[in-house]
Ligand binder design. Structure first.
Ligand code: TYM
Length: 333
């Protein structure tokens, strides 16, 4: 069975629809056919300032949402990144293999550091993609299910794996990005020229999974579209409508072409928006209920996460031992 690995940041509290459609939905499907490792990346979260109590809470909330979305600890390995110290240990070794210029070219770093300013930008933010590479390589993952915005980080991971293998002998699996075409990038409902994201979206343009469903329904109904009423997939000329078609297709489990066909010949956007709001409400209600249930029993949640981390560590520790040996570290007597 192919090995997959992915991670999600806990920092926004609630996940948004882009997180779910671009990534988490694939994670749920892949746990059936793959040997799957999924984690809440709290080490990555502290690359920007976090309140300690809020971070602890949002880490549990993130794990509960992953379970609420359908991850099953009997089918996948679900854990918290900081529970497995080998990630940070391997990241150090990879840091020493990464070029300064290479890391400087990461577009997410450029965007985020521009926002933080030179003094607010941490070295942790700079080496963030290297830690992500360690996350992936420490499990010998074959595939990394992510949204389009993570493609460059997976490319860096491949480069680092090949570089290490070339220098020290075959050690790492060179992973590929697993990106679904239709939901690779979900856009802001108010401004379909930017991706839906915690940092870039307007409050009315981002759909939070843990919000009251009525509030989200309103956001779908007031989504920005163009003035022509034709319902057609055309991301260049009709980015707003195309985004709605992509969301519709993903939520109803069909292709964009299917949704397009369903609305062919219609000259108004209203029905599409209303149906989308209903479709979302139908999906999100049970998701929220399950998430809140998992969140209510923190002892059980923490136990699940501890068991996941113990399982993850078996693989991570073996990889790190091999890496330390290849690099030439003297083993402790
Ligand atoms: P994060 O927490 O920003 O996002 C989690 C996942 O959601 C996807 N995503 C989207 N997909 C489609 N449309 C959108 N608008 C959208 N917004 C977010 C992201 O692509 C991602 O897959 N660096 C990663 C976390 C990470 C990781 C890893 C991922 C750490 N280590 C190892 C894979 C493997 C991140 O910040 O994702």
């Amino acid at each position: 069975r192919p090995r997959v690995l992915s991670g999600i940041q806990p920092t926004a509290g609630s996940f948004h629809l882009g997180n779910y459609l671009g990534a988490v939905r694939q994670w749920v499907a892949l746990q059936e056919s793959c040997d799957a490792f999924y984690m809440v990346v709290d080490l990555h979260a502290i690359t920007v300032p976090q309140d300690p109590a809020a971070l602890r809470e949002s880490t549990r909330l993130a794990a509960a949402q992953l379970l609420g979305a359908g991850l099953d600890p009997a089918r996948c390995t679900l854990f918290v990144q900081s529970h497995v110290p080998e990630h940070a240990q391997l990241a150090w070794v990879l840091n020493c293999l990464t070029g300064f210029g290479e890391a400087s070219r990461m577009t997410q770093f450029k965007d985020k550091s521009a926002k933080q300013g030179a003094e607010g930008t941490t070295v942790g933010l700079f080496t963030y993609p290297v830690l992500q590479a360690a996350d992936i390589l420490v499990y010998h993952a074959d595939q990394v299910p992510v949204g389009e915005d993570q493609r460059q980080h997976v490319e860096l991971t491949r480069d680092l794996a090949e570089r290490f293998n070339g220098r020290y002998g075959p050690t790492f699996t060179v992973p590929g990005a697993y990106i679904l075409k239709d939901a690779a990038r979900i856009y802001d409902l108010q401004d379909p020229s930017v991706k839906m994201s915690k940092s870039a979206s307007s409050p009315k343009g981002i759909v939070w999974l843990m919000d009251e469903p009525a509030a989200s329904a309103k956001k779908f109904r007031s989504a920005v579209t163009d003035t022509g009423g034709e319902i057609r997939w055309d991301p260049e000329a009709k980015p707003g409508v195309s985004n709605l078609l992509a969301i519709h297709a993903a939520l109803s489990g069909v292709t964009v072409a299917d949704v397009e066909a369903k609305y062919a010949g219609q000259s108004m956007y209203g029905p599409l928006k209303t149906e989308l709001a209903e479709l979302f409400a139908e999906w999100v209600a049970p998701f929220r209920a399950r998430t809140l249930e998992f969140l209510a029993d923190t002892a059980e949640l923490d136990r699940l996460l501890a068991a996941g981390a113990a399982k993850a560590r078996e693989t991570a520790a073996a990889t790190l031992a091999e890496v330390y040996d290849r690099v030439g570290f003297l083993p402790p007597a």
